[in-house]
Each structure stands twice: as C-alpha cells, then as structure tokens.
Design a protein around this ligand. Structure first.
Ligand SMILES: [Zn+2]
Length: 469
C-alpha cells in the first residue's frame, strides 16, 4: 500500500506534468470508487483547469480552477497514469480524463479500493477526511510529536500507523523507523521516555526523507510511477519484507509476527521490550533435548508455559468436556476423563473434526497463555513450550524461536538408553515439520554431543538474549 513517500512521489510527478492543463472530458467506468455523487464529480471536473497537485497524509489533492478540488486515496494498488490520448485502455481503469495537450489521465486500480472525492476548496482541510488527520511527520516539531505519541497506551507501531495521530506512515515505514530507533513494535507508546521518543522522531524523519529521495518503495505488485526513474527505496528496507533474514546489525534472524492483523518484522535482539519478559518459544523433534533445555532455562529464571500441561488442565473443566462431547461425540469422555485413544483415532481419520476442535480449543489455550504472561512478565524470560508451534496461534507471541535439533541416530540412542519404544516414538515424530521450523527459527542448537556441549550452547544463547534486556 502506498504510504507517504510513494504518494509524495505521485504528487510531485503529477504536479509537474498536469499543472495548467485543462480537463476537456471525463469518462467514469466505475462509480463505486467515487465518494459522493458520481455525476456531479464527472460534470464538475469537465472544463476545469488543474492548478496544482499536492499531498496530505496518504491523500493526493488535485486543486482545480473555479474553487474546486478533488481528493484521491490510492489504498492498495491505485495509480495515476498520463498517457497519449489514443493509448490502449487498461482493463482496471476506473476513470479517464481527456486533457488539452492531447493526452489522457487515467486512474487505474487493480484492487478497486481507491477513492475519489470532490470538494469545494474551502472544505478541503476543514471537513473529513483531511480534517481528521494528524500532523505531517516531516513538519511536526518534536514537542508536538512527543505529546501525541506519549499519551497513547497502545503498541507504538499501532500509534505510528494511526492517521489521526500522525499522517502518512503505514506498515513499511513504521517497521523501518522502529528498527532504526531500536524500539520494539509492541512497546506501549506511553512507556517510551524522552530520549527514545527523540530517537524515534529522528528515525522517522531520516527514513521518510530517504524514501522520498528514492521515489518510494516498489513492494509486492505495487509500482509507484510518475518519475522518470523507478522507485528504489525497496532496496534500502532493512526489516520490511525481510522476515527470518539476518538482522543487518547483529545477525539474528528477524522475527515476523502480527500486530493487530498486520505483518510486523523486527529484530528480537536489537529491538528491546522494556520491563517485559523475553518470550522464547522452544520446539524440536522428539528427544533432541527440549526438556533438558527447558529445565536449564527454568533454573536461569525463565517462567515455563507448557502447552501440553495447560491442555490437560483445560480437559478437566466440565464446560470443556461438555463441548467436547458435542463436537467429538459422546465417547470422547468416559467417566469424566478424556478418552485419549478414541481422540487419536478420530483425529487421524477425520482431520476436519480435528480442525473444528482446535478452532475451539486454541482460543482457550491462548487465553491461558495471556494470563500466564501477565503474571510472569517480570520474569527474566518466558519459555513457551508448544508442541505444534507451526499450527498454533502462539506463533504470533514469541520474540524468538529456539529449535533444538539432533541427528536421528543420537535421538534413537537416547530412546534406547531409556528403554523406550523407539520404533513407535520415531514413527509419531516422523511428521515433525523440521524443514519449515528451521526456516522460521531464530536460534538453532544442534544437540549431538554431550551434556557439556549442550549447556555451553544454551549459555551462549542466554548471553545473546541478555544483550537484548
Ligand atoms: Zn539485530
């Protein structure tokens, strides 16, 4: 989605090419994109001269003669194109204007979310949407910036993206600015002190100015145009779109998570949470050493959230047992106990039932986790032990993921030494998604040697995490 630098690029390019041109005719192909009366929009534009194109927040303002303007918000994929009059028609064209220099100005929008709205000049800034916008991040002074940000108790990234607080910053430049300022995106804005706010203020300005000078970012399918050279800020982005790639500063794979439904990338080591525990998820195939690592981290002050144990606790609750019977059948509960063999069998035969059950259970488990987190947030760290990490909603919680892996031979030997059913356990474990987990893991420890090597590795890991605190 185009943000301040991309819209600014459009505004400058359009202004240069459209200033003084007269609109001879208007063809509207999709009325839904017009806010207000489409006919009035079309008729009013006809015959007007374009005096200037400028930007406010993520809006383009086309100032016309005779006291009119219109606003254009590009949303996801909207773009303006100035073409020779007889150029072929784009099938995603929303609007076409014939100009008096034998050219055509088209508004094209593949996703069709963009909006166009006619305004009297006197109403442009005094009525919504522009009257609702916060100040421009490149114009606002530090004291005003501080006042607006510091009073918010929401995660700082959410605050930066709130157009009523500051106008123009979206997902890309929020992630980039927070990384540059070394601030965790989830940090409540109210927690930031003056020094941190100053750093953030500067970071935002530096990044937006650089992005404008590079004509914005071309990301996903979005290509801002209207300059002779293409956008190139995408090559300078350090976190956005770089999930799991090494951090430029410290080499740690960048964490990808969701904040309020929006993809968020940050460095778990460089971007510190203040006064909050470091959340480390632990995963790995059977007998690679997960439980030893868990015990070790517990002795080092980590609070341990064991999802299996929590599920067992949940399964003892009467209301959950009742729902289980409804969803999975009466046989699921025998003498007030969960009938585990029946469930295993049912889930193996009927994956849809399993999904239905998980959709019910996961929110309960997440609730249990959130209350655990709240009561342990002053611990040195929180160890999040969720067997099926990839499938679970917890994937969005950890700061980092620790994968404990070991060669299959080493793991087999450990099972033999303990006199356990090697074949069966290895069979159950064959489905462990090692490859996918490796891709998203922040830290990987290969536990093939003895206990000393293993505890050395874990100590090293702790030292790295401590750097983050
Ligand atoms: Zn880093």
């Amino acid at each position: 989605m185009p943000e301040l630098p991309e819209v600014e690029t459009f505004a400058r390019g359009l202004n240069l090419r459209l200033k003084g041109k007269r609109i001879l005719d208007v063809l509207l192909f999709r009325e839904k994109n017009i806010i207000g009366n489409p006919d009035e929009f079309k008729e009013t534009l006809k015959g007007k001269k374009i005096l200037r194109v400028s930007r406010r927040g993520k809006y383009l303002i086309f100032s016309l003669s005779e006291g009119y303007s219109f606003l254009s918000h590009l949303r996801m994929e909207g773009r303006w194109k100035k073409l020779p009059f007889d150029c072929p028609i784009d099938k995603h064209r929303i609007l076409s204007m014939a100009l008096d220099d034998n050219s055509r100005l088209d508004y094209v929008d593949t996703r069709k979310f963009g909006t166009l709205e006619l305004k009297r000049n006197k109403d442009v800034f005094s009525t919504p949407p522009l009257s609702l916008l916060g100040p421009e991040p490149l114009d606002v002074d530090f004291e005003t910036f501080k006042e607006r940000i510091q009073t918010e108790n929401k995660p700082v990234k959410e605050v930066l993206m709130d157009q009523t607080i500051l106008a123009g910053i979206g997902n890309i430049y929020a992630d980039e600015s927070l990384y540059k300022a070394k601030i965790h995106p989830f940090e409540p804005a109210a927690n930031l002190d003056d020094g941190e706010l100053k750093t953030l203020y500067q970071a935002i300005r530096t990044i937006l100015k650089l992005a404008i000078s590079l004509r914005g970012s071309s990301v996903h399918s979005y290509v801002p145009t209207f300059e002779t050279e293409p956008a190139s800020m995408q090559e300078r982005l350090l976190v956005y779109g770089r999930a799991h790639e090494p951090c430029e500063a410290c080499g740690t794979p960048l964490t990808y998570t969701k904040l309020n439904g929006r993809g968020t990338t940050y460095c778990p080591i460089c971007q510190k949470r203040k006064n909050a525990a470091f959340v480390l998820a632990i995963t790995g195939p059977i007998h690679a050493g997960k439980s030893i690592a868990g015990l070790f981290l517990e002795t080092q002050g980590f609070a341990h959230f064991d999802a299996d144990m929590e599920v067992k606790k949940l399964y003892k609750q009467a209301d959950i047992q009742r729902t289980m019977k409804e969803i999975l059948g009466k046989k699921a509960i025998v003498k007030k106990q969960v009938n585990a063999p029946y469930l295993r069998d049912l889930f193996a035969k009927n994956p849809l039932k399993k999904k239905e059950w998980m959709d019910y259970l996961y929110p309960k488990l997440e609730e249990a986790y959130l209350s655990f987190y709240a009561s342990n947030k002053n611990a040195r760290g929180i160890l999040l032990d969720v067997p099926l990490l990839l499938d679970s909603p917890f994937l969005n919680c950890p700061d980092a993921i620790l994968l404990i892996d070991a060669d299959i031979e080493a793991r087999k030997q450990r099972l033999i030494d303990e006199g356990r059913d090697v074949e069966n356990l290895m069979k159950i474990n064959a489905s462990y998604p090692l490859k996918q987990t490796k891709k998203i893991a922040t830290f990987v420890i290969e536990n093939n040697g003895g206990l000393d090597d293993f505890s050395n590795e874990l100590n090293l890991l702790l030292r790295r995490i401590r750097e983050a605190r």
